[in-house]
Unconditional design. Sequence first.
Lengths: 272, 254
Amino acid sequence: MRRLLPVAVAALALFSAGPFLWSVLTSLKPAGELFRVPPTWIPRSPSLDNYRDVFEQRPFARYLLNSLLVAAVSTLITLAAAAPAAYALARLRLRGAALAEKAILAFALFPPAVLLVPLFVAAREAGALNSRLGVALVHAALNLPFAVWSLASFFRAFPAELEDAARVDGFSRAGVLLRVVLPVSAPALAATAILVFIFSWNEFVISLTFLTRDELRTVPVGVAMLSGVTVYEIPWGQISAAVVITTLPVVAAVLAFQRGIVRGLSAGAVKG
Amino acid sequence: MLAVPLAVGLAAGVGGVGDVLRDRGMGRAAWNTLVFAGLSVTLEMGLGLAFALLLNREFRGRGLARAMAILPWALPTAVMAMSWRWIFSDSWGIANDLPRTLGLMNEPVAWLGRPATAMAALIAADVWKTTPFVTLILLAGLQGVPRDLHEAMSLDGAGPVRRFLWVTLPLLRPAIALALVFRLIQALGIFDLVWVLTGGGPADATRTVSLEAYDSVFRHLEPARGAAITLVSGAFIFAVALALGALARGRHAE
């Protein structure tokens, strides 16, 4: 058992990183090597041409900018709305709070594709199509339940004595939240923000349907739609380069903030 | 925040619910979705439990191993689906080259070109992508299993298998139920992966309910049918979640 442990861990790491690593290797192969049969595993003549081409021949920089904008704005909206709601659930003894939390939990992981049709119809009526702000708002709405749930479990773990002391000193509830709880909760807010940002950065179906003009597209949609004139001309080298560029920030965030992300995700999860 | 647009959009579908329930294409999509969800979630629960037990042990570099384990879940599904398309490419894919190198296969397989293998490819990509979620939830659950209980049983001569069955598994049940409910809801609503990897093909073999709703609105320009499908599948998913939740609670209360 003990001797098998390193092997099992290595297998787990390979399983997890495999497809990403394969994209990295593919992205470094020049056109001639890409379509060799059988495929080479390690690029024989590695080159960065695919990375240059995806920026020069495609509006990839534009997609990146759009994704950054949408994810940043939606993260800000989500946190601004989630923090007071989570605090109210955690601290105020409201009637029906337990039920409200269960309902929020139920919505937290409802797949957006199922809600797509009504959301799209409503957005069209409201004239919110082809608007990056519109997509950011929908992302915020979709991520809000998760953020409330995650922050509420952090706030519960916060010592109430500190807040009571602040109340005695004459702070209002909102004042306590703003001046005492939020500054101390910075790590929790950061963990939630990272996750919500990643969710928005990765989101596909809303962006695909709401943003139909190419110059507004986000990265996942742009990458999924990179294609040549025929199926046989799909630019796999450029696609692989785009995959690596898009996923690299997420890989870096996960490796750097592993502890916070795990805590943010599993907070309260086991209570359920 | 979402309730109002949802109500507005869904009202259009109320009249079409009956038609959708009798519709051939919808029946096919529902069957595909159930097959996909059943197989992928079963595999994910098994693999996720194995990963969680592994990552709960003490070893050097455990933090890094945990980070690696959650990685697939954090990556964008639609983008990684493009990677999987390349992996499953019939001429240049590593899904053909690797078995050939190991001597398991002589002829290349057109993974995404045949109904059964396309579904298998879809399930494989989904297992890769979402097992980390199960691992995470179960790992959090394992941290609530007291160590001294294991030690006490160990002194009584119980081996690792019996300790797992008698201590770990019962205490892990709430976490397992939670992971199962969430995974099932997500799998029943699968869209991104199908849209990019197979487009529902070949011959509609991987066409799922969400894709059917999407195509109703965006390809066939029948938003009322799309709304009706949403009503039916939303109600079904909600019922599954409630039933599983009740089951988990009922067992728990015993």
